[in-house]
Design a protein around this ligand. Structure first.
Ligand SMILES: Cc1ncc(COP(=O)(O)O)c(C=O)c1O
Length: 266
């Protein structure tokens, strides 16, 4: 710590008081440290982050692990600066997106084509809609407890607890947000993670209605327990038999190795 204790957080507290007048909660994201108030960044470099009071901290979060190269890596700053000089958003295609898609397709054996999205929530939402159109079915199946972003359907049963999760044979579809429409809950099929027998039984009961089975291979809100190979294989076979899309959410797990978690499944 390079700031006197009595100065620690003083400017951040002032900024917070200013921020709550214009931003709900004084910040623009949910998952940030906010005790006794959020701290505000001045700059970040490599694995260090410095707040506006001048306090430099070792950053173990690295933007929820999305910054695997650390903050403001010189090569990334150089590449982005170069591109900004050529323009940043177009209503035309660009070679850079083609090159990036070529790179990702080479990295992962199972990839054929890419569609870039702005966020994980949007990717899952769009996949759900595409799966419905493709299969002609509308229900979505997901594992109890898993996080797939904040689209109405994808967020169901993310925060179930013993008071509302129901029976393990038929986990309840539990809303995260009050006033989630009944229709959304009725269109969700919730199964217990890594439990082949129960999962297949629940899927069988909804076979003619399930458009997609959404899976995270190492679900961070289910204890980071990897999906058992036999389990994933069984779901894969079930989806092939039942005209259902099997969708792997790799928003986080694409970082487990160079080719993502699907590459560990063979
Ligand atoms: C597994 C998983 N899916 C989807 C999302 C949603 O991504 P985003 O926050 O970019 O909307 C997240 C975000 O952490 C995630 O961990």
């Amino acid at each position: 710590m390079n700031v006197k204790d009595n100065q620690l957080g003083k400017k951040s507290k002032k900024m917070y008081n200013r921020a709550v007048k214009v931003l709900t909660g004084g910040v623009s994201r949910n998952t940030i440290f906010r005790k006794p108030h959020p701290f505000y960044v001045s700059s970040a470099n490599g694995s260090y982050i410095t707040d506006i009071d001048g306090c430099k901290r070792l950053d173990f979060a690295n933007n929820m692990a999305s910054l695997i190269h650390g903050h403001s890596h010189p090569k990334i700053v150089e590449a982005v600066t170069k591109q900004l000089q050529k323009g940043s958003a177009f209503t035309m295609g660009s070679e850079i997106e083609v090159r990036y898609a070529e790179l990702l397709n080479k990295r992962t054996k199972g990839f054929e084509k890419i569609r870039f999205m702005n966020s994980g929530t949007e990717a899952v939402m769009t996949m759900i809609k595409a799966a419905r159109v493709y299969t002609g079915k509308h229900k979505i199946a997901k594992a109890e407890g898993t996080y797939h972003g904040t689209y109405d359907y994808a967020e169901i049963s993310q925060t179930s607890d013993p008071t509302n999760w129901g029976s393990i044979d038929h986990p309840n579809a539990v809303p995260v947000v009050e006033e989630t429409p009944e229709g959304v809950l009725n269109d969700m099929v919730i199964f217990p993670y890594n439990d082949i027998e129960r999962t297949l039984e629940i899927l069988d009961q909804n076979a003619n209605k399930v458009a997609c089975v959404l899976i995270d291979l190492v679900p961070h809100r289910v204890g980071l327990i990897p999906g058992n190979k036999d389990y994933i294989e069984a779901i894969y076979k079930w989806t092939r038999k039942n005209n259902t899309i099997l969708a792997f959410d790799e928003v986080v797990t694409y970082r487990v190795n160079y080719s993502g978690a699907t590459s560990t499944q063979g």
